[in-house]
Ligand binder design. Sequence first.
Ligand code: SF4
Ligand code: SF4
Ligand code: SF4
Length: 273
Amino acid sequence: MKTILVDLDRCNGCFNCQLACKDEHCGNDWRPIAAPQPTTGQFWCRVDQRERGRVPVVKVAYTPVFCGMCDDAPCLAAATDGAAYRREDGLVVIDPEKARGQRAIAEACPLGLVYWNEELETPQKCTGCAHLLDDGWTEPRCVDACATGALRYVDAEEAAAELAAAEPADELADLGSHVRYLHKPRRFVAGAVADRSVNEVVIGARVTVRDEGGAVAAELATDEFGDFSYEGLAEARYRVSIEADGYVPVELEADCTEHDVVFDDVLVVRADV
Ligand code: SF4
Ligand code: SF4
Ligand code: SF4
């Protein structure tokens, strides 16, 4: 089976994949694989964007989301009379005619990737561009449109090691989703260290991030702007210690369980005053 492997480090949020999917399916009738997608309201390829951190350290995480063609697909289970089926190549397809009136299919996906077409009264979702693959294409439109290499259409056996290191979308984790993500964002801590008495940032301050058990999760140093930032933490609580020659050490708590942590300016005082 082939599937989409997403490298989030390479995704710049250009939305080309989302637009390509629209271009392929809006107003185009690919029955029996898919009826035309309405121009509004449906995103078979959906680039989610999420702001992280807070001023002055704000990052945006982009995540392109596709149907995972799940092994244990609730949309498939919700369909009756053969309205959804799995092809030999593993793609889960909803038959636009047989599925008429079956709203339960549209409500079954935990990621909300099946949409209800009010006009046609039928559920619709990503087809894996099955009509193109059947026509000799080697990859779906969304993958073809990605210029950064964030999307790759890989053979599950040939890319087994990469796929094993990648993760599914959280909502599909227990369903055997085949779409997998490399480099999912981890929690980050960030801040700036300054000496208010001289209105200067502190360069080269040693910043150590420890977990609740005291194990070192990261060691870094403030840069020429007095800033530090580290991404790669788990959803957990940490202690951040800041030491600089001639200054009183500072200990901070970073609760990364729910979100990233950006400290207000960390003001250090000289040890000799
Ligand atoms: S086309 Fe590629 S880089 Fe652009 S949003 Fe989609 S996955 Fe990201
Ligand atoms: S991702 Fe959603 S729509 Fe796709 S197969 Fe899984 S449950 Fe069905
Ligand atoms: S595989 Fe095809 S239908 Fe599915 S998201 Fe990509 S372009 Fe859209």
